[in-house]
Design a protein around this ligand. Structure first.
Ligand SMILES: Cc1cc2nc3c(=O)[nH]c(=O)nc-3n(C[C@H](O)[C@H](O)[C@H](O)COP(=O)(O)OP(=O)(O)OC[C@H]3O[C@@H](n4cnc5c(N)ncnc54)[C@H](O)[C@@H]3O)c2cc1C
Length: 452
């Protein structure tokens, strides 16, 4: 067992979208940064669980997320790993941004290294040493290593508020009434799909789809998002060949020609923290992948010659614990497009709840974007710890909007920037000048107001 101690200004725990942006933001301002992940690559759900496309960088009124998130998209686009922002043919959001997971791993790491942050991979944070709400160090274990990471400021980008929990902070989980969380999905990628056949079928049966454009405007040569095949799914259920608790297919064309990202499987995770439950979810998710793949090949136009490219290295977890912070962002805040004096990021994704105990989806679209206050990134009672990404201080309903990747990139950039500023304040994340934080964010490309 190799034991090592590392000392740094800012330690970012978790290398998903939020962690990547947090590490880059803090390092670019001059902080020494270590970014820790339990996996051997960065990206979190975007790479480990194959989530694509990112949605959304835009509100109806225009772009609301820029800065590091946009730079990541630009780099992906330049290298052929994303077409950039494209219209959403389902009409759910103004734009979607397809990403190639392998390209994402490469570019995210390049950007982190270029910023000067140091990645520490295959390290699972399991403990913290803290005193009176101040985290002094975290303990991480690898297969044959034990690392102690000391820092002035820590950023919890674990997606499940693990660091907040270890540091003694308060957590919330799921729906207020019963703590149930949104279901998990094992996403899979399929190649050799004839997208022309899919488009022809939609044009012939538009009533069977949710469409964001006139059917005749669909173009198989352009990125495609498909929600529907309701009739085929009903038929599949009647004939005993479709077993997922879902009423439609959700398909996105991938970045490679003929590639489709399939977001259809659905597994209820009763307790994401329970090893037996999460193991059952992984087994069930993979079983559903093969089941749905057979259904696609035999029943859905365009898929007869399809080949399974792959699944992620883990099931996609939509929802787990979240921290309780200095402010809890609510559905009402989102629906009213509320602004806050300490806003540090914006979001515009609908309140999109995959039912924790049913087949459906409830989606409340937003007329305008909303602000995320800095207070939502500050877990109550912890002095030198910030959080970013899907686990910030929000209600279950607000979480259904803030959890998406562009918003995680935006809150990550905000947390990284705040952490770098807090180094000069003995790591106290409440002792920083909010105007300096907001001005620094704006200088570095963040958008803090609804576009006019
Ligand atoms: C099925 C599904 C579909 C989705 N669809 C979309 C979509 O279409 N568009 C969209 O934009 N978003 C979508 N999302 C949401 C989005 O993918 C995630 O909410 C977002 O990627 C979360 O980013 P994050 O940085 O907060 O956390 P994550 O991506 O979960 O990253 C957390 C990282 O922390 C690491 N980690 C965790 N604990 C520890 C620890 N103790 N020690 C060390 N490392 C640790 C993990 O390995 C991981 O890399 C979807 C999510 C799912 C699951």
């Amino acid at each position: 067992m190799k034991e090592q101690t590392y000392e740094t200004d800012v330690a970012v725990i978790g290398g998903g979208c939020s962690g990547i942006a947090a590490a880059i933001a803090a390092a670019r301002i001059g902080a020494n940064v270590i970014i820790v992940d339990r996996l051997g690559f960065l990206g979190g759900m975007a790479t480990a669980a194959l989530v694509s496309p990112m949605m959304t960088f835009h509100a109806k009124s225009g772009q609301i997320i820029d800065g590091i998130g946009q730079q990541l998209v630009d780099r992906l686009h330049e290298q052929g790993f994303s077409p950039g922002h494209v219209p959403d043919t389902i009409g759910f959001v103004p734009t979607v941004t397809p990403i190639d997971p392998e390209g994402f791993k490469l570019i995210a790491m390049e950007m982190v290294l270029e910023a000067g942050a140091k990645p520490l991979l295959h390290q699972l944070v399991v403990d913290v040493d803290s005193d009176n709400g101040k985290v002094k160090s975290v303990i991480a274990v690898g297969l044959t290593s034990l690392s102690r990471i000391k820092a002035s400021v820590f950023i919890d980008c674990t997606g499940n508020a693990r660091l907040v929990e270890l540091g003694g902070g308060e957590l919330a989980c799921g729906r207020e009434a019963d703590s149930l969380t949104q279901p998990a999905t094992m996403i899979f990628r399929v190649g050799n799909v004839d997208l022309h056949e899919i488009v022809d079928f939609i044009k012939a049966n538009p009533e069977d789809f949710i469409l964001g454009c006139a059917p005749q405007d669909l173009d198989a040569e352009q990125p495609l998002a498909v929600a529907g095949f309701f009739g085929k799914v009903r038929e599949g259920v009647e004939h005993g060949v479709f077993h997922v608790d879902r009423d439609r297919l959700l398909l996105f064309s991938g970045v490679m020609p003929g590639e489709v990202v399939v977001n259809v499987t659905r597994v209820k995770v009763l307790d994401p923290a329970d090893p037996v439950d999460i193991t059952r979810a992984e087994i069930e998710g993979r079983r559903q992948v093969y089941d749905v793949f057979q259904f696609l090949k035999t029943r859905i136009p365009g898929f007869s010659a399809a080949q399974l490219i792959g699944t992620g290295c883990q099931i996609g977890i939509r929802e787990t614990s979240r921290p309780v912070g200095d402010y809890i962002l609510t559905q009402e805040d989102l629906l009213s497009g509320r602004d806050f004096a300490d806003s540090v990021a914006r979001g515009a994704f609908p309140i999109d709840i995959h039912s924790p105990d049913g087949k459906g989806l409830t989606a409340l679209k937003l007329d305008r974007s909303y602000a995320i206050p800095y207070r939502c990134l500050r877990p109550k009672g912890l002095t030198n710890l910030l959080c970013a990404g899907r686990a910030i201080s929000v209600t279950h309903e607000a979480y259904a909007s803030t959890r998406v990747m562009p918003t995680c990139l935006a809150t990550g950039q905000a947390a990284g920037t705040a952490a770098a500023i807090a180094i000069g304040r003995e790591g106290d994340v409440r002792d920083i000048d909010i105007d300096v934080l907001r001005a620094t964010l704006v200088r570095n490309g963040a958008i803090l107001y609804e576009p006019s």
